[in-house]
Design a protein around this ligand. Sequence first.
Ligand SMILES: CC(C)(COP(=O)(O)OP(=O)(O)OC[C@H]1O[C@@H](n2cnc3c(N)ncnc32)[C@H](O)[C@@H]1OP(=O)(O)O)[C@@H](O)C(=O)NCCC(=O)NCCS
Length: 146
Amino acid sequence: MLSKIALHEVAGSNARLRTALSAADLATEDIEDEGRVFFEAVSGDGQTIGYAGLERCAADYLLRSVVVLPGRRGQGLGRAIVEATLQQFGGGEVYLATTSAAQFFSTIGFSEMARAEVPAPVLATRQLSSICPSSATIMKLTRPPT
Ligand SMILES: CC(C)(COP(=O)(O)OP(=O)(O)OC[C@H]1O[C@@H](n2cnc3c(N)ncnc32)[C@H](O)[C@@H]1OP(=O)(O)O)[C@@H](O)C(=O)NCCC(=O)NCCS
């Protein structure tokens, strides 16, 4: 079903990353801060299909900036980008905050968490402490991606 995808690390200052996130209404305010790593996902035919990022939060990570370019959505590529990105992290738990894609992330193995159960370093990220609305759903990877 899926063509193979490759991830290439890009800087937070990458203009195409910023454009893709802005077009999807995802946060760009903090992408050039320290402690984040971003990946450009490229399909087997060399086309950029989307982006994702990981932000270190003490022992854990925040998965963030997940976007599939318009026109490439609904083909399993979002799932493939998330699964490939999760292979890049080195231990700890993975959290995320989303206002619109909780159902998508639940198909990959994330489960909703109460804020009270989320570690302080994750809550202290700019995403969770100020950029995302307090109504955002916080999720944690609770089973290996399928
Ligand atoms: C959310 C997003 C990344 C999904 O990418 P995608 O390539 O369309 O998703 P996939 O095709 O890989 O879908 C994987 C699964 O999630 C489901 N899914 C995808 N988007 C969904 C949505 N908006 N609501 C409910 N389910 C969704 C699919 O049906 C599929 O389920 P299945 O495996 O049971 O068939 C994409 O729509 C996007 O870039 N949106 C804008 C940015 C955004 O909201 N990012 C997430 C915020 S952090």
